[in-house]
Design a protein around this ligand. Sequence first.
Ligand code: 5BU
Length: 452
Amino acid sequence: MESKKEFFLECYKLGIIKFGRFTLKSGIESPFYVDLRPLASDPKILKNLANYLLDMLPLDNFDLICGVPYAALPMATAMSLESYIPLIIKRKEAKEYGTKKMIEGIYQKGQNCLLVEDVITSGKSLVETIAEIEQEDIKVADIVVVLDREQGGKQLLESKGYRVHTLFNISEVCEILQENGDLSDAEVQRINDFLKGNHIQFEEKKRLSYQQKFEQAQHSVSKKLLETALAKESNLIASADVTTTKELLELAEKVGPHIIALKTHIDIISDFDYQNTIIPLKEIASKHKFLLMEDRKFADIGNTQELQFTSGVFRITDWADFVTSQVIGGFESLDCFKNVGVVAIIGMSSKGTLTSNNYREEALKIALSHPNVIGGVSQNPIPEEILLFTPGVNLADSGDGKGQQYNTPEHVFKTLHTDFIIVGRGIYKSENPEQAASQYKSAGWNAYLTSL
Ligand code: 5BU
């Protein structure tokens, strides 16, 4: 057999240990994550593993072998095949019918059983398993473990009189990986601190600034938005969900100085008239230097979307700087939005939305590859190549009783690295929309600065 170190590196290639930032079942954040189940999928490795484990043990002591379910089951089976020591199986839950047995297989009371475990952390679950086996009058004195996470498990079991044989422990594994150039000195230091029980600081991923995003932006509308944000020191988009032209124009005039864009649902304006609604709205937008975002959420085939975009009474193509669109119609359905920027709907803020992980992943693929797309609407982080627009923002972070779910500006900048917040009722329903817009503008800008 190859050396233990070489064997470990073979195992490591199967992806059994990952380094980074992981939240364990206990809620604790760990700098590494171990899952040895892939070892069972490589027959040569599994067989070698069985022999490495057997080599460490006084085999004459054992009448039986038992693996802790599930990860150690194939390991125990392989050890049984290599050593001819009979295997027994411990159930995870007792059978609900019939014998109600916890242990399956052929055994006699008083026999000695070797217990096999893949990973030991605190040792608490092993203590429980041993108790269940001992209840059947099977003796356990030795436990063999593939990887010791060195978090007190071995000591706990030894204090109860068990012998614990471990093939690898995490410090030695880190040393091997460091020598091999797979782990940096800083990562090893962080892991050692974690194992000593010290609080560890994970490096927060830094977001790109508006300036950096401006420099890398390809689309003219992205550039315009970022330029406006920097000039006005604002990342606020006010959502004007009002239903008359008068209210729309009044709101635009009041909030104009504080926003980078006004978001409209133009089809809810009951007295819409291109001359009287759009022409003055465009004048206010150019006076206060903000863009117009029509939240149309197109969701059809390309040809229909093109008609909805260019025709009808609204003629969105003639005045909107950018529009929102679903990507449910596929990549080519976005081709028609040539003269505007498209904000793709990746994830929605409402309770029970169907924009699942899987949907968002597929939607992002379209958004990231389509040249008309400048950004996405989402409640989750998205890649930095496109801009992130986040609605569902309110300083009072509760809901609206109709399924809307709110977050504060601090929250969305800190956790999502959002670029622009969209605020509707927080502003237009406020007694003083101008003052509210100014408050959201400061809150958004400060949250952005803090997130840098
Ligand atoms: P509110 O009053 O701040 O809840 O308004 C939010 C606006 O953002 C409203 O116009 C919605 O149509 C829009 N919105 C949203 O709230 N959530 C989403 O996921 C998407 C759009 Br997409």
